[in-house]
Ligand binder design. Sequence first.
Ligand code: PGA
Length: 262
Amino acid sequence: MEVIVLKDAESVGKEAARMIAELIRRKPNAVLGLATGSTPEPCYAELVRMHKEEGLDFSQVTTFNLDEYYPIDPRHEQSYRYYMDTKLFNHININKANTYVPYGLAPDPDEYCCWYEEQIKRAGGIDLQILGIGHNGHIAFNEPGSSFASRTRLIVLTAETIKANSRFFEREEDVPRYALTMGMGTILEARKIVLLATGEGKADAVAAAIEGPITTMCPASALQLHPDVTFILDEGAASKLKRRDYYEHCRKLLSELKMKRA
Ligand code: PGA
């Protein structure tokens, strides 16, 4: 796993956007896996800037979002569909028909989740998956205990996630109790995974994910089993890593080697 530590949330977002842009320039019909939450906001702002100022072209890009509350109307301001439209899709030249966010009003969630998985397969699989991480180590809405083999499905949110997300709703009671989420198995099939984490509040979850045992009690620890994962962290989120110096040493030496061979 590669671990990149940058000074602040802004730099984390910019670095993630740079990786996405690099992929799109190399593969214009790239399939992106996208996340919501506060963490990726600077990344989406930077992608919008790159589109407007540098002509970054999303016309052939397809996207799949990780999750959505259930039930929730996609027009609801706290729905993840609304988030994606207002923070990214409305400001770039993406074909909205190629932007998939789980449908928060699906009449039959089980059937719908199978269909969602099918669409990912039909698109050729996810090239680059962006992830955030919860304080409890969740990725997407895969709460602790989620099987590493799980697929896209309806889940019940934990009390801690409801509490953490209640900051976006008027009252805690307004947070939906369920969600539709890509499964651990679905996420682990992405060709490349980039996890973003910012702020000291995430430091324990990040340390457990990178340096702790692989356990379903910290879903993000499953990323240790994936062959191409990059963690992009700010100082706060990296503050509990024990082997940080070694990660920096690796990055330096590997980039020196790359330069020599170029
Ligand atoms: P956040 O959410 O980016 O709003 O902190 C991350 C998550 O819970 O996965």
